[in-house]
Design a protein around this ligand. Structure first.
Ligand code: AMP
Length: 144
């Protein structure tokens, strides 16, 4: 299965982004309000400055306490973002997420962000695919 197939099945709300310089408190507010696990930091909604996840916020809160809430997001975000392309296989993406121990990956096309997929999206798509394969095989066996 391709990443593009997952993007098609997702609601087309766009990717949630915040501009560089946003505070940790603003990140926490958007994560909470949108009920999501990560936010892409981008000046224009298309190019990537970094990614910040709920884990980054919780770790910093545990380390320094609430004083971190007024810090810029750059102090906790990951600046080197691993991305994928529409034509990538979902198995490859899942492997990269597992190896890198992260659960979100932006999808880029020509350096421009066109979507974001989560490990949950990939697992859901894979389960649907496996279920369809199982039904097809059962149909073939019963047909003989
Ligand atoms: P997550 O599993 O998304 O909560 O992220 C776990 C850690 O990996 C956090 O420090 C994130 O900033 C970082 N991270 C999340 N997604 C990516 C990605 N696509 N590339 C690089 N780092 C990431």
């Amino acid at each position: 299965m391709l990443v593009s197939q997952i993007l098609k099945s997702k609601s087309d709300d766009g990717v949630v982004t915040l501009p560089p310089g946003s505070t940790v408190a603003e990140v926490a507010a958007v994560l909470s309000k949108r009920r999501i696990g990560s936010i892409i930091i981008s000046p224009d909604g298309k190019t990537l400055t970094g990614i910040v996840s709920e884990r980054d916020v919780v770790r910093e809160l545990g380390r320094r306490g609430a004083v971190c809430m007024t810090d810029p997001v750059e102090t906790i975000m990951t600046p080197t973002v691993v991305s994928c392309a529409r034509n990538d296989q979902t198995d490859t993406v899942l492997q990269k997420m597992t190896d890198g121990r992260f659960r979100h990956m932006p999808v880029l096309e020509g350096g421009v962000m066109v979507g974001l997929i989560s490990i949950g999206d990939v697992v859901k798509a894979r389960l649907t695919e496996l279920s369809a394969e199982k039904d097809a095989l059962e149909g073939m066996i019963k047909g003989f």
